[in-house]
Each structure stands twice: as C-alpha cells, then as structure tokens.
Design a protein around this ligand. Structure first.
Ligand code: GLC
Length: 741
C-alpha cells in the first residue's frame, strides 16, 4: 500500500498495481485540515479525524478482482452517481459497469452511469471516497463497514475530507472537474419525443408559441437520420428546417448514437475504416454489434485520432444548424453481437432474424461485453473492453466537446448524455434514461438526481412525463410541476406511447404545465446563479435536505423533498388522487411561496396541494431573483429584474453573463451581492458588484419586501433614502441598476 498526501485534505492510497487507460484526476488545491489523516498501522490503513475512524480489515486479490475491506461505526452512504433507490445506500451492494437496462425496477443495478464515488457520514463528519478505477467495480455497504473491489490488479482510492458534505463535493469536483456554464437556453424548457418527423417538430414548435408556452429547444430522435446512419439526414430535413425553428426562437438538438452502420457506401463508415478506428474483437477484426441501424462497428474513443475524426464528423449536423448534441446508447448499448448470434443460431439450428433481434432492446448482457472487445490507446497498448467501458461515453463526450470547438468556435457546447463516468460534468449534462410513466418513477427521480448531484453531476434531469408507458393528465401535471425545479427540464417519451406535450390532456393540464414552465422562466436569474455556483464550486443545484444539517440523521431518509438552489424547498406530490402531503420543514423559518404563510422549522406539516399546485417554500432571509417570463430565454436584450425579499434581513447573489460565449471564462460576467437589513423605521439595502465584467441585461430593478410591516416608511439604498410605496402587502422600490452601481 502506498499513501500519498495530495494538497490539503486529500489522500491517495494505492494497493497493488492498478492500471487505468486514462487519468480522470487532475491537480487541485484543497484546504488543509489538521485533524484528518490516513496512515498505515500494522500494514493496514487507518483513516481518522475527531469523529471518523475507518480501519482496514483485509485486502484480497482473487479471480482477477482486487478487494479491500474496511470497518467503521455507524456509517451512512450517499452518492454512487446514478443508482435506483433512496439516498442513504446503507445495506446495499452496487456494481459499476455502464449498462442499458430499460426497465428501471427498484433493485435494478447497474445503470447507465458509473461514478465510483460516495460520501460516508460517520458521526458528525463527512468523508468522500473515490475508487479511481475505470474498470468494473463493486461496493458492499454495511452499517459497520464497506468493501470496495475492482476488476484489476490493484485499486486506487482517494479519501477526501469534509467534514461537511459541501466541502467533500467541492473538493471531489475539484479533482475530477466541474461543469462549465451551459448556454443559457439549456436552462429553458425542452420538448422531445421519439421521434418527431419534420412536420411534427415544426408543428410542436408553432403550437408552443401560439399557446404562449415558453420553450427553448426541440429535439430530434433517431428518425431524422438516413437509415439510422449517424451524421446523416433524411432528405426531408435537408433544407431550411433548422432556420424555421431558429426564426421562432428555438434551438435544435439532435441525437447521436455511437454505432456506425457497416455500409461500404456510407462515407462515415469508410472514413472510420481509413483510420482503422473501430473497437476490435478477439481475432482483431472490427467488433460487431446490433443497434438501430443493424450491424454496426464502434469507434474506439480511447484513441485521440478517433476522437478527432468523430469531432470533425459533426460538421454534417452543425452545418445544418444543429445547436446541441444528445449522446445516447453510449454505454455502449448493443442489442446483440455476432458471436451471440452464432451461438443462438447453433442452439436453434437455424438462422436468426437480425431485424427482430435488433428491435428487442438490450438482450445482450453487458457483463459479457468486457471480454469480447478490445481498445487501443495512443501508445498502441491494447485494453480489454471492461477497463474502457465505463469511460466510453466520457471519451465520446470529450470528443463531442471538441466538435463544438471546431465547428462552433467561441460558443458554449450543449451536450446531453445518458452514460458517463466520474467527471462527466466537464463535458455534458445527464438525463436518467428510460424511466416510465409511473408514479413510482416520478418519486424516485428525486433521489436519483440528488445522488448524481452528490457525485459531482449538477446538471441533471429525467424524462418529464415518463419515457415508457402511457402518461395521463394528472401524472403529467405533477411531473411538469416537479420537473420545472430540476436542473435539466425536458419532456420526452417513447415511440408508441401516448403523446405528452403540455396540451395532450386537455386545457386544465395545459394550464398547469404552462403555469410552472412560466415560473421556471421567471426564476431564470435565480436558477442561472445556482448554475454558476455549480460551475464555480461544484455545488449541486438540487440538494438533499441533509445538506442543510448533516448532523440531523432524520434528514437522511427524506427522499421526496429537495432544495433547489440555496433557498427554495420543493415538496412534489407523487401519488395519484392526492391533494395534500406532509412536508418536513427544515430548521429556521420557511415561507410558502404560494401564499406567504410562515412555517417554523424542524416540524412536519400537512400542506395543501391541489392538482394545480406544488408546495414550494422559501427560506426566511433569502432573496429570490426573478424576471418576466419570456417565450424563450434571452428573447429580449434587456430584462427587468425583480428582487423578492423574504424576511427582515436577507442576503442573495445574482450572476449574469452573455449566456452563449466563453467570455465568462475571461471574466466577462457580473456577480452582485444584495444585502438587506432592517432598522426600527425601515430597511436598508446594499448592492455590491463583486465582479464587474459584462454590460448587463438587467436595467430596471424592482425590489419587493414581501409582507412588510405597515410602519416601515424608510428605505435606504446603498446609504441613500429612496422613494417607496406599498403594492398590496409588499413594500416596493424601483430603480435603474446603472444609477446605483
Ligand atoms: C433510448 C433512449 C431514448 C431514445 C431511444 C431512441 O432508449 O434512452 O431516450 O428515445 O433510445 O433513440
């Protein structure tokens, strides 16, 4: 065992001789923590602080798997990227091998994404543990310990000290990388379905505008391609299609699957062959699998020349006006392989109909893939697929980011991915794949997305309305309500299921959908600021309640509420025929955003929630920044800023930039701090620019002191008394940003 202290509160511990084909960890400076250390005693590792004592019990190498077993007291486990089930993973076993199993049953494991990272809370301290293995890995989690294993000749672990959960996530994302600022439009509402035809896509877009439902993005699923050949178009999409969408203020995102159809007359296939760019089988031939296009070969993204070729191949999409890329089937999902086909043919003593097999998704067990396929790295070294599989999508996303650099220089990429590895947030947003239109899935998307956030992936969301199966009006309404508070907000559904665009279930449901989409757009300044902190510090955008108070163990099991940004508590209704729910209000005071009712915290309340309402609460002492809802983000050059003040003293931050270029990286952004205080006869408001680097969109500012006492008469803005008046119960001041700072 080798123990290295990296900067500050990070220890790297290596057992045996592990080997990864790529390095995802980068240098990062974390603050030093005195009480925390990792050391060797009697040949065993111990990890310690005032609260934590983790002691190694054994290490083992058997059947190609390296395992280390630890004991500790009273541990709770969170993170592990994308996993079914509740937040606290105590008592569970997990496998990490990227897999496409489309039916998400409660015990399904593994899933599309592998992030071998978790946070253990032991006593009052949180510690992050990253198993830095791109190989197949395993986790056994018990109250009194845990076993970590990897299919490798050794194992590398990073122990990352908190002691609070926020610090752990911030440091972990420091070493694997944080998200960049997405284009602002990616925060808007997005509409998708497998698969809109050209006419349907235009019709959906027009309807959004006619019906005054804000929407920023339309997606094209696999049927825009010519015979599912990646980087091609069906004829009818050829001319002017994207212009039509752009003229209405929409962006266009197209799906890209990694399988390349074997077809000698197809230039992408031929160009891949010309660099011998495909993953190989045991015999050294191109590995073949069946996906939508039939028999396919798979780009070997481990090679930088293949990534460059893939990036350049995006020209066919970008030259037709595509704005964002949706990476799917990138585990990679393969419905069948040649060798399996052979085996099955022999078994049944007849030829197998590939078309039928091709349509029966995911018959192929992902576990088998590991030993059948081979990759080559830039040095020419050969790697078995099981060591590359978990980073296949990560490398594809890296290449897709490069595609933006080549074809859209200076513009922010938008990439959505299904599969990934630790650090995927550097390249892509993540959606949770093929959920179903079930109430159970509406509920479980909360802990899944929060788990991703705890694992460093802040930009996440689920198919709103559910992908498989038929949605109904009530379910869609509840899902739109919840989805409007998820970082990524896209309605998507499978072919052959009931349509679920906002208007699909009549006027009442449409009104509800519209109300919450509009609220999302109104909250844009607040949400964009939460994205900024995810970018800057790695902090998740939706947070479990225990992040507010990690010593309160009762909060570990709250899976059906979350904090959106820093100040909004969301408690969705996830059961049918239900018009109320119990809500745990965390400590301090929280104010019902719908009606101003004040709740004392650390209590459970019965809260009304008729179909058209989702319970949302704002923390006393917060400022919520809003704007006017628009048809799409940045429809207007200048936007009004509404500053809603909850409580007598409050503090809030507001971030803004141009929303599309990379200028923010060179300081072209503004960060404001708004601080509210109160005196006997009035309020004070101080506005500071913490950073000044962008011309700014917010000119007119209206500050509302919500439910202000009538006796308040004076408001001082940056030291000067200003005009004020009551609007209903709220005390209001209005000014121009340029006049104050
Ligand atoms: C996969 C994706 C889904 C997509 C479908 C067709 O199942 O997860 O979102 O619609 O493939 O491309």
């Amino acid at each position: 065992m080798k123990i290295e202290k990296l900067d500050g509160s990070i220890f790297k511990v290596t057992y045996g001789m592990p080997q990864n084909p790529i390095e995802v960890v980068q240098k990062f400076h974390a603050n030093d923590v005195k009480d925390f250390y990792c050391a060797q005693e009697n040949n065993m590792l111990i990890v310690k602080d005032k609260e934590i004592l983790i002691t190694q019990r054994s290490e083992d190498f058997k059947n190609g798997i390296f395992s280390v077993d630890f004991s500790c007291k009273e541990a709770h486990f969170f993170g592990f990227g994308e996993k079914m089930g509740y937040l606290d993973k105590r008592g569970r076993n997990f496998k990490m091998i990227n897999s496409d199993f489309p039916l998400h049953t409660p015990d399904l494991d593994p899933m599309y994404i592998s992030i071998p990272f978790f946070i253990a809370i032991i006593g009052k301290s949180a510690i992050g543990i990253f198993v830095d293995s791109t190989s197949y890995s395993f986790f056994n989690l018990r109250e009194d310990g845990f076993t970590l294993s990897a299919r490798d000749e050794g194992i590398t672990m990073y122990f990352i000290y908190g002691p609070d959960v926020k610090n752990v996530i911030s440091t972990f994302t420091g070493i694997v990388g944080r998200m960049e600022m997405p284009p602002a439009w990616a925060i808007g509402y997005q509409q998708s379905r497998w698969s809109y035809s050209k006419d349907e896509a235009i019709e959906v877009a027009k309807k959004m505008r006619q019906k005054d439902i804000p929407c920023d993005v339309i997606y094209l699923d696999i049927d825009y391609m010519d015979g599912y050949r990646v980087f091609t178009w069906k004829n009818d999409f050829e001319n002017g299609f994207s212009d039509q969408l752009h003229n209405m203020g929409f962006k266009l995102v197209t799906i890209v699957d990694p399988g390349v159809k074997i077809d000698q007359n197809y230039d992408i296939y031929r160009s891949a062959k010309s660099i011998d760019g495909f993953v190989k089988d045991k015999e050294g031939n191109d590995f073949t699998g069946y996906v939508w296009p039939g028999r396919c070969n798979f780009p070997d993204f481990l090679r930088s020349d293949v990534r460059e070729w893939w990036a350049r191949s995006h020209r066919a999409l970008f030259e037709k006006g595509v704005d964002g890329i949706w990476n799917d089937m990138n585990e990679p999902a393969i419905v069948w392989t040649d060798s399996k086909t052979k085996k099955v043919s022999e078994l049944f003593k007849r030829e197998i109909d590939f078309q039928i097999l091709g349509e029966a998704k995911s018959l192929f067990s992902q576990d088998d893939a590991g030993d059948e396929a081979f990759h080559k790295d830039d040095s020419g070294k050969i790697w078995p697929h099981y060591k590359v599989r978990n980073i296949y999508a990560y490398l594809e996303a890296m290449s897709t980011k490069r595609a933006f650099e080549i074809h859209k220089p200076g513009k922010r990429p938008f990439i959505l991915t299904r599969s990934g590895f630790a650090g995927i947030q550097k390249y892509a947003a993540v959606w949770t794949g093929d959920n179903s239109s079930w109430w159970e899935h509406l509920e479980i998307e909360m802990p899944i997305s929060m788990g991703l956030g705890l694992s460093g992936v802040a930009f996440t969301g689920a198919d709103v309305g559910g992908f498989g199966g038929d949605a109904n009006g009530e379910l869609l309404a509840r899902w739109m309500e919840m989805g409007s508070f998820f970082p990524f907000f896209r309605n998507h559904s499978a072919i052959g299921t009931a349509r679920q665009e906002p208007w699909s279930f009549g006027e009442k449901i449409e009104e509800i959908a519209k109300k919450y989409i509009k609220l999302r757009y109104a909250l844009f300044p607040y949400i964009y600021t939460a994205f900024y902190f995810a970018h800057k510090e790695g902090i998740p955008i939706i947070k479990p309640l225990f992040m507010l108070d990690q010593n309160n163990k009762d909060l570990y099991s709250i899976n059906d509420e979350f904090v959106f940004g820093d100040s909004i508590l969301v408690a969705p209704v996830t059961r049918p025929n239900t018009t109320w729910r119990t809500v745990y209000i965390p400590k301090d005071k929280w104010i019902d955003m719908r009606n101003g009712n004040i709740y004392e915290g650390d209590h459970v309340y019965k809260i009304d929630a008729p179909l058209e309402e989702i319970p949302i609460f704002v923390k006393d002492g917060s400022i919520i920044f809003k704007t006017d809802p628009l048809n799409y983000i940045f429809e207007r050059e200048k936007m009004n800023l509404y500053v809603d003040v909850y409580g007598n003293s409050a503090i809030g931050y507001l971030y803004e930039d141009d929303g599309e270029t990379l200028g923010y990286k060179d300081g072209q952004y503004n960060l404001y701090e708004f601080a509210i205080g109160s005196a006997v006869d009035g309020y004070t408001i101080g506005i500071k620019r913490l950073h000044n680097g962008y011309s700014g969109r917010y000119d007119n500012v209206k500050v509302k002191f919500l439910n202000a006492p009538r006796m308040i008469t004076k408001i001082r803005l940056n030291g000067k008394e200003v005009e004020n008046h009551f609007e209903g119960k709220d005390l209001v001041i209005e000014f121009q940003m340029k006049d104050v700072i």
